[in-house]
Write a protein of this length. Structure first.
Length: 191
């Protein structure tokens, strides 16, 4: 059965080496269901290596124009997690648009589990948007609800919102390694 799932004995051995185990596959049930998925779906939890060990994120929403929205958990771990259950209850540090499908296809991230999407991310969350001047200061903030930008009269209203941005794997890794939080950027760019 595993040979049929993995396409032969050699692929089964490579699969075990990729997981970092010396076990041989004897039952199809040993293969985690999420690892057999070809493309990430909403709810997928993924792992990526960072300086402090491993960071985890979840694919929470798909916007028709901007693509995948992912939440990055507010913890890093020094060893691999076998499932996403250890992440239950840990809030997201920030959310960003990230090409999760391309990153998974290219091996930059590893899918480890599937969890329910937190209630506040079942619909597109409010994200802040601002245009810095030549000195890097943002004088006017906007809140984006997924369809339109609404000007904000009080800048404190957007302090804790993640910024509307799309990042690649290198920039996402940089944000995680620096311990970036939305409040830090707000402090750096406020008038």
């Amino acid at each position: 059965m595993p040979d049929r799932l993995l396409g032969g004995g050699r692929q089964a051995i490579r699969f075990c080496k990729a997981l970092g185990t010396r076990k041989t596959v004897t039952k199809a049930s040993w293969i985690p269901r999420i690892l057999m998925m070809k493309t990430p779906k909403i709810g997928c939890v993924f792992e990526m290596p960072v300086n402090a060990g491993y960071a985890y994120g979840q694919y929470v929403f798909h916007h028709s124009e901007r693509g995948a929205l992912v939440g990055i958990y507010d913890s890093t771990f020094t060893s691999h997690l076998r499932s996403g259950v250890a992440l239950a209850g840990i809030p997201f540090r920030f959310v960003v648009h990230f090409p999760v499908r391309a990153a998974a296809r290219q091996g930059w991230i590893q899918l480890i589990d599937e969890l329910p999407v937190p209630r506040e991310y079942e619909s597109y969350p409010k994200l802040r948007n601002g245009f810095p001047d030549k000195n890097g200061k943002v004088h006017k903030w906007w809140i984006n609800d997924g369809n339109r930008d609404v000007p904000v009269s009080n800048a404190l209203d957007v302090k804790y919102l993640s910024e509307l941005r799309t990042v690649d794997i290198g920039y996402l890794e940089q944000l995680i390694n620096e311990g970036w939080i939305p409040e830090k950027e707000w402090l750096d760019t406020r008038p």
